[in-house]
Write a protein that binds this ligand. Structure first.
Ligand code: FAD
Length: 403
C-alpha cells in the first residue's frame, strides 16, 4: 500500500494534524494509524470531569467518525507501527504489512513512567487512556482508602476525584512540595494547603519501596519503614516520550525527537509533533519538550501549514492548565527558580496571579481563577517588554494595560 501522508499515532496531535491539513486545503491521501481502539480523543478530562463522572465518553472525541469519512481521512485503529525505513520511505505494521509514504508524521505521544519497585501482581494503577480512566472510576468507587504516588498534576487531580467520592486519600511524594517541577513555591504551597483543607494527607520527602497485597488490603512500605495501608494504589510519576520508532531508524533524538521550528526531524520527509518531540524555543533560547494539549495542537497546525506551503514557524509561549476543586490554575511561560516572584490579587479570595520576573522581563505567569491575567500575561511574555514587578502587582490596574 502507498499513501501520501501517513501519521503514526491517532491521539490529540495526530488527529488535529489531519483536521488542519484539510482546513488548509490539502487534497492528497491521509492515513492515520493508531494502536488504541478509539478515534482521536482529548485526555485532560480523563483525570478531571470524566473521572468524576460529570461528562460522558462521547464528549472526549476530537471529531466524530463522519468527519473523517466526509474528509477522506483514513484511520487504522488497533494497529501498531513497529518500524520505519527512511531509506525506502516505508513503515511496517505489527501484522508485517508495509505502507509506503511520501511524508511521515510521528505523533506517538508518551508513556507513563512505571514504579520500579517490588510489587504483587501489578497492583499499582496508572492513568493514560480512556480505559484506564474507566477502570479507575470504578476502583475509586469500590475503595475506601486510596494511596496516590506522586503529587504532579495527575496525582493531584486524581486526589480531587477521590475526595469528591468521599474517600480517604494519602499522597506520597518523593520531593518536598507538590507540582515542584513546573510551578513556583507559592503555587505549590497554596495547592498543598487547599488539598489539606479538603482532607487529603501528604507524606513528602519519602519514597515507596514495596507494595504488597495483604488479604483485603494493600501495604505500602515507605523508605523510613513507615507503613501505609490502602485498598487502591495509583501512581502518577511522569511520562517518557515515545521516541523508539524514531531512534531505531536513526532519526536524531535526545529525550524527545529533535525537530526544527517547522517540526521537521533530521530526515526531511519525516515530521514529529506533540509529547514525543523536543523543539527549539526562540523565546527561552533552549530546546523544550512539552507535555500539553497546546503544544500538540500548535505543532499539528505548524506541520500542516508547512506541508501546504504556508510555513508559520512554531514559537509559542507554552501554556497549561489544571482544575483542582474550585481552583483553575492556568500557567503561561516557564518558571525560573532564580527569578523574582510577585503576587497580584488575593490568596484569601482564591483569585490571584504569581508573576515570575527576571531582569525586568515577565517569564511566566501562574493565575488562579484569574483568566484575564493569564491571557494578558501570555501576551506580555511574548512581547518581552521591559516591566517592573511592583508595577504589575497593582491589582486594580488590569494587566492588559501593560501590554
Ligand atoms: P497522545 O494524545 O498521547 O497520542 C499519541 C498516540 O499515539 C496514542 O494514542 C498512542 O497509543 C499512539 N501510538 C504510540 N506509539 C504508536 C505506534 N508505534 N503505532 C501506533 N500508534 C502509536 N495537557 C494539558 O495541556 N492540560 C491538561 O489538563 C492535561 N491533562 C491530562 C490528563 C491526563 C490524564 C493525561 C494522560 C494527559 C493530560 N494532558 C494535559 C497531556 C495531554 O493530553 C498530552 O500532552 C497530549 O495528549 C499530547 O498529544 P500527542 O498527540 O502528542 O499524544
Amino acid at each position: 500500500m502507498k499513501k501520501d501522508i501517513v501519521i503514526i499515532g491517532a491521539g490529540h496531535g495526530g488527529g488535529m494534524t489531519s483536521v488542519f491539513l484539510r482546513k488548509f486545503k490539502y487534497e492528497g491521501e491521509i492515513l492515520i494509524i493508531g494502536e488504541e481502539n478509539q478515534l482521536p480523543y482529548q485526555r485532560p478530562e480523563l483525570s478531571k470531569d470524566f473521572l468524576n463522572g460529570k461528562i460522558s465518553e462521547k464528549t472526549l472525541f476530537i471529531k466524530k467518525e463522519e468527519f473523517y469519512q466526509k474528509n477522506k481521512i483514513e484511520i487504522l485503529l488497533n494497529c501498531r507501527v513497529v518500524s520505519i525505513c527512511k531509506k525506502k520511505k516505508e513503515i511496517v505494521l505489527e501484522n508485517a504489512e508495509v505502507i509506503k509514504y511520501r511524508i511521515l508524521i510521528i505523533a506517538t505521544g508518551s508513556s507513563v513512567k512505571r514504579l520500579e519497585i517490588e510489587q504483587d501482581n501489578n497492583i499499582v494503577r496508572y492513568l493514560r487512556n480512556i480505559q484506564d480512566s474507566k477502570v479507575l472510576k470504578n476502583k475509586i468507587t469500590s475503595s475506601n482508602a486510596i494511596a496516590i504516588i506522586g503529587s504532579g498534576y495527575i496525582g493531584l487531580e486524581v486526589a480531587c476525584a477521590a475526595r469528591h467520592a468521599g474517600k480517604k486519600v494519602t499522597v506520597i511524594e518523593i520531593g518536598e512540595r507538590p507540582m515542584a517541577r513546573t510551578v513556583s513555591k507559592k503555587i505549590s504551597h497554596f495547592f498543598r494547603d487547599k488539598h489539606i483543607s479538603k482532607g487529603v494527607s501528604f507524606i513528602f520527602n519519602t519514597q515507596l519501596c514495596a507494595v504488597n497485597n495483604k488479604k483485603e488490603n494493600i501495604n505500602l512500605q515507605l523508605k523510613d519503614n513507615k507503613l501505609i495501608v490502602a485498598d487502591l494504589v495509583i501512581a502518577g510519576i511522569g511520562i517518557s516520550p515515545n521516541t523508539n520508532l524514531a531512534s531505531d531508524s536513526d532519526i536524531d533524538c535526545d529525550d524527545g525527537i529533535i525537530v526544527d521550528e517547522n517540526c521537521m526531524t533530521s530526515n526531511k520527509s519525516i515530521f514529529a509533533i506533540g509529547d514525543c518531540t523536543k523543539h527549539p524555543s526562540k523565546l527561552y533560547k533552549k530546546n523544550l519538550r512539552l507535555e500539553s494539549v497546546q503544544n500538540a495542537v500548535e505543532q499539528a497546525k505548524c506541520v500542516a501549514r508547512y506541508i501546504t506551503g504556508k510555513p508559520y514557524p512554531y514559537n509559542e509561549v507554552p501554556w497549561f492548565w489544571t482544575n483542582q476543586y474550585n481552583l483553575k490554575l492556568q500557567i503561561a511561560g516557564i518558571i525560573d527558580p532564580t527569578a523574582e516572584y510577585f503576587l497580584r490579587g488575593s490568596y484569601r479570595q482564591e483569585s490571584f496571579s504569581i508573576l515570575c520576573i527576571k531582569n525586568d522581563q515577565l517569564l511566566a505567569i501562574e493565575s488562579v481563577n484569574r483568566p484575564s491575567d493569564f491571557i494578558s500575561g501570555k501576551k506580555l511574555i511574548a512581547s518581552k517588554k521591559k516591566i517592573k514587578g511592583n508595577e504589575l502587582c497593582k491589582s486594580k490596574v488590569e494587566l492588559k494595560h501593560f501590554i
